[in-house]
Design a protein around this ligand. Sequence first.
Ligand code: ZN
Length: 468
Amino acid sequence: MTDTVAAAAAARADAAFEATVDRLGRYLAVPAISCDAAHHDDVRRLAATVRDDLEALGLQEARILELDGALPVVVAQWFEAGDDRPTVVIYGHLDLQPVAGEAWTHPPHQATRVGDRLYARGSADDMGGWVSHLAAFEAWRAETGSVPCNLRLIIEGEEEIGSPNLERYMDAWPEAFDGDVMILTDCENPSTDVPGLTVSLRGLLEVELVCEAISADVHSGLWGGMVPDVSLALVKLIDRLIDDDGRMRVGRVAVEPKRRESAGAVVIDEATIRKGAHLIDGVPPLPTRDRTAGEWMWLQPSVTVIATTLPTPAQKKNALRRKASATLSVRLAPGQGPDEMKAALRDVLLVDPPFGVKVELIDGPWAGAGWLYEPKGPAFAAADRAYVKSWGCPMAHIGVGGSIPFVAMFSDRFADLPLILNGVMDPETTAHGPDESLHLGVFRKAIAANVYLIDELSRVGKAALKAG
Ligand SMILES: [Zn+2]
């Protein structure tokens, strides 16, 4: 393939951009919320629509895979590039986070365009992600009648509930996941000008911290002054985990200088944090001290109190309570194991209890290690060339502060393959929150990047990719 052909395919994709946005808008109108059984029919309905569309676009063997007790996975392939060309596995997900209880200013299930942004739940996480690949496929077909790589497309329906059945799907249909390089498109870009390559994820550990002192609630006027208040004990314990800046001080790790440097090279200034995290006027971000925002958010642990049994206003009464607990969600540094963190938490929380109360630390439903990846070889060099052509710069190596279970599953099984984690989110996307949006400039560049990436990977060839 010559440069001119790829550029012509990219120009086709660009000319079809409005049609692609319309396609995305049709998918966004379906409330495919996987955590809510009332919407499971919507997930299945969307899967059926997407399957039909993939077939209509000319992809081969478009199918819905559906295991018992699971939501469907849509797959399709393209195998006309030739045996010597690489097979690229592309992953995305069509299910959505819920919107209930969130204050949206735009309708969550109707694509609304305002300026550069398209608002709707799933616009960037992750419908825009995999739709960008469909647009690239269409452009290649329109320009050349074929596509220079073989492709396998996997669109999952359960990512937002932690991909509980993805491994079963991998076991049941291994051929659907068989390729030479994987593009997992569900991640973020550090800005609308700089594309991101995700190279680390934090792990996640949930624990419940429980304080007990008395066997029944008692009158605070009678006993206050001689009997411990478990709520205060709980607060004091949580305080042990935090430094004066408001950050978790337990379980901090030494980060390799090279990773510190690449995290530091990504500009995350105060304005980005203010806007992206909805900081209110007068409240500053936490001070960075001797590290960078990227290191704090991607490479060090953090803790959030996500639930407590402290009495709510509706439960107000003048009483000392018998028990208080807090659910702590701990983001683990990439490479840090949940057991290591649990041991560190026990050392701090279970010794010398405040006021002598009984303290317990109970395992929660989540305990997963993070992910630390070393992108090397011709696939990543190819990706950089593609991104220079489409975005004007190579991919910045970034971390994700969250945990994406499917990444661990792919990297466990396909550790030898290059895993390219890209995406269409940017710092203003507010994925999982109200007014989620996709930046249309990012979407446009992501489509072009996919067009060029297929070309660059094809030029590397299957044998060289494998050897890489
Ligand atoms: Zn996602």
